[in-house]
Ligand binder design. Structure first.
Ligand code: HEM
Length: 499
């Protein structure tokens, strides 16, 4: 009897009804998505938008953002400063706060209000790319900020040694011929070797397969994260899991890093891997988790550092009047201190040149300090941002504000070195502020910036003292939405200098 009731209560259907059920399911999803979009639109109503705000028309604006994102942010900054504004993306709205006070608040806000980890986790689809605990258990950040940064003076000599070795392997050693090289390609290898000398040590930092992995892992993460953005939210988890299982990146990482973890467990050394082993607890101390952590650190450091260095080098090659003054400064510092961190600290013109270069490009993006609101947030100026929204600072527009920097659009390589000493110290490459956001600002400012700037200055100083270089063709840098990419094909001619 019960069985019969059951049969009557539920309509029976055959395989032929399949398509109509699928259509009903799709209509259901579209209706839910439309309702969610309507709700969302209401929540953002108090913040002015760039472009159209309709549910469909905002998608057109989102596509515009992917092409001309930098200009859209400049438009928003010019129109709404000091107030906030918003721009649409394919997955929602980004709110930009523009005034120094609100940017400062963004930087100071606690993680349980404006969450950096959640914003990065979403942007990088971290659960399927870098690993699910990278942004929930950030013990590596404390290591970078504390022990690693404090040990930079001692680590300088091994980093310098690796840079010299890498130059010997990658650039010509004869001084009678000019030879052309792709700047980014060489920079990636040199940066990967120098960084990994400190992360995992010799011989792994010189292993060609590992170097390739350390560079390509970033590209893999970026591609998967962008692809997953296009996948509708109900399917994201399943697609993400399939992609993350099919990657060889992690398996290759485990092959190289795994044996080292076992070996380092038995040693004590100031190497990033050893520091991670010491700090990791429970499951995080497994070979798999430590492999993910080291790959994630490579993700955070190699492309960023190599791009910033390459852009500065290409800029220097097109502004040749800076070459001799920088060389003189480097020679003076090295003859006074030898190849040490003190000498690098003394290279004030070089520091200023690099900072000015980063100011004008934003280094890697037109946007910075990405945070996700974990609940409705009200800033001190009354800006109200709904729960779940992404909130950022318009990094490049701020860097190009002529009320902040006189002749802001012009390149002045000595802009910061010409300042009175006390002020200069507050305007070094590593110093963040609401007016200089290349490394973010506030509680989440890049913890690797002291490492990165020491590395970039050392590579640049070594190059300037040991090589001549010249440009044949101006580079063609590109903006991809809000991301800045140094010309990947740009070449320079190099020749070893006679000593
Ligand atoms: C020139 C090179 C670099 C640039 C331009 C750069 C830039 C940034 C930026 C903009 C952020 C986000 C800050 C924020 O949200 O407020 C960041 C975070 C981070 N960076 Fe860097 N970075 C560089 C090099 C490095 C290096 C070499 C390392 C590691 C040795 C590193 C490790 C990290 C980590 C772990 C975070 C996340 C911090 C957190 O979760 O609180 N970065 N970086």
């Amino acid at each position: 009897m019960a069985a019969r009731l059951y049969e009557h209560a539920w309509p029976s259907f055959s395989i032929n009804d399949g398509p109509s059920y699928i259509i009903m399911i799709i209509i259901g999803f579209v209706a839910i998505a439309y309702y969610r979009a309507l709700q969302r639109r209401k929540e953002f109503e108090t913040i002015p938008a760039i472009g159209k705000t309709g549910i469909l028309s905002s998608y057109i604006e989102a596509i515009r953002l992917m092409k001309g994102g930098r200009d859209m942010l400049q438009e928003g900054y010019d129109k709404f400063y000091p107030g906030p504004f918003r721009v649409p993306t394919l997955t929602g709205w980004i709110v930009f706060v523009t005034s120094p006070q609100t940017i400062e608040e963004l930087g100071k806000a606690s993680e349980d209000l404006l969450c950096q980890g959640e914003a990065s986790r979403d942007a990088l689809a971290a659960d399927y790319t870098l690993g699910p605990t990278i942004f929930t258990n950030k013990y590596h950040v404390s290591i970078l900020r504390g022990k690693l940064t404090r040990s930079l003076g001692g680590l300088f000599s091994i980093m310098h040694e690796e840079i010299v070795e890498a130059f010997n392997d990658e650039l010509p050693q004869d001084n009678d011929a000019w030879r052309s090289f792709c700047v980014i390609k060489k920079a990636m290898i040199i940066v990967s070797r120098a960084s990994n000398r400190v992360f995992v040590g010799v011989p792994l930092c010189r292993n060609p397969e590992y170097i390739k992995l350390s560079i390509q892992h970033t590209i893999y993460v970026a591609i998967v994260a962008r692809l997953l953005e296009l996948v509708p939210w109900p399917l994201k988890g399943a697609v993400g899991r399939i992609i993350s299982m099919s990657t060889s990146s992690f398996a290759l990482g485990r092959k190289h890093i795994g044996p080292l973890v076992d070996q380092r467990m038995k040693e004590t050394q100031i190497q990033l891997l050893s520091l991670c082993i010491d700090a990791a607890k429970g499951e995080e101390r497994s070979v798999d988790s430590l492999t993910r952590r080291i790959l994630a650190l490579n993700f955070a450091s190699i492309h960023t550092t190599a791009m910033v260095f390459s852009h500065a080098l290409l800029e220097l090659a097109s502004r040749t009047e800076y070459i001799e003054p920088l060389r003189n400064e480097i020679e003076t510092a090295i003859s006074k201190h030898g190849w040490t961190k003190e000498a690098i600290n003394d290279m004030k013109k070089l520091d200023s040149f690099l900072r000015e270069d980063q100011r004008l490009t934003g280094a890697v993006a037109a946007v910075g300090m990405n945070r996700k609101a974990t609940r409705t947030i009200v800033f001190n100026d009354g800006t109200r941002v709904p729960k779940g929204a992404l909130i950022c600072a318009p990094l490049l527009a701020r860097h190009l504000d002529s009320n902040v920097y006189p002749a802001a659009k012009e390149f002045n390589g000595y802009r910061f070195s010409d300042l009175p000493e006390e002020e200069r110290c507050r305007h070094q490459c590593v110093s963040t502020s609401v007016d200089f956001l290349t490394f973010g600002h506030g509680r989440h400012a890049c913890p690797g910036r002291f490492f990165a700037i020491m590395e970039i200055k050392t590579i640049m100083a070594y190059l300037l003292l040991n090589y001549d270089f010249k440009m044949q063709k101006p580079p063609n840098h590109v903006w991809y939405g809000l991301i800045f990419l140094t010309d990947r094909k740009a070449e320079l001619l190099f020749r070893k200098r006679s000593q």
